[in-house]
Design a protein. Sequence first.
Length: 349
Amino acid sequence: MTSDDLRASMERVGDRFDLGEYEIDAYLTVLEHGNLTASEIADRTDIPQPRVYDTVRSLSDRGLVELRESRPMKVIAVDPDEAFSGIQSSLMEMVSELEARYTAPARETEAVSLVKSRSTILRYLEDVIETAEFELALSLTPDLLGRFEDELASAIDSGVSIELLITPASEVPGPDEYDYERVATTVRARRGITTPVVAVADGEYSMYATQDALRDDEDRYGVIFNRSALGFLVSGFFGTVLWTTAERTLSTDGEDRPFPRRYASIRRCVKELQELDGEFRATIEGRDIETGASRVVEGTVVGFSFEGGERVAGMTIETDDGEVTVGGQVAALEDIEAHEIQVARITPP
């Protein structure tokens, strides 16, 4: 709902309930008796006789009563279910949108935000998906996959690499039943409803929520990480805890992606390059692990390390000044902590 739509909705609801003291007295009196004449309303309320006609016509304009132009004029009550049926859905939609706006943090100022509304969590999930420029890591339920499949397909068409984990595995359709290559680069399935809903765009903007938060919306929460210094925690959790413990691979199409490629996750980069032939040149943007100074390293990829069931990954780059080792976020053994990796082919496979 746009701001203009929300404003218009609030004006409609406000106008419907903007009743004065005379209108309230007349409306409740007519409801109680079913139908009354103007004189009978004046007798049963404190509304002056000259004001009764204006009052009941105002109620009629709002659809709360009907006027029968007889002699004398009859004021007939409208069933409240009918009178307020149109406004109920508008009110619920308006409240939901207002709640979402109330709990939405400003991404520019808040590093971590806690949200408790299902609609807000879903809105952030959609925002993370649509924000991704080159890399997206997702843990979704089958229902959420169906909800966002168009957005995922659009991201794939834009060249975004998507690792998709679907859970619980028992409810996930097989690759012969669903076109996973349309919505993701690589797809795995994992057991259990305990697997959280996770989304990470380009290793930075991310969100984490329990499945319960999106199922019943009672005493649940979602956490939004708006800066890379904290967002990598979700990315690391996804890559080392969730992705590596998935039992089934439903689709893998990463080798067909064109070069150059961009990565936020060194694990994802190393895994893909190890499975390809040919030579590669990499540009690493990150920081020196000892001084903390920003560094950009360019050179030929001459080595990989990939250990602990995909949990630990690194690479070695031959630069003009010698070899440099590169690790992921919070690297300690390597020379460079990589924040973004760009890779191009030097020779064809």
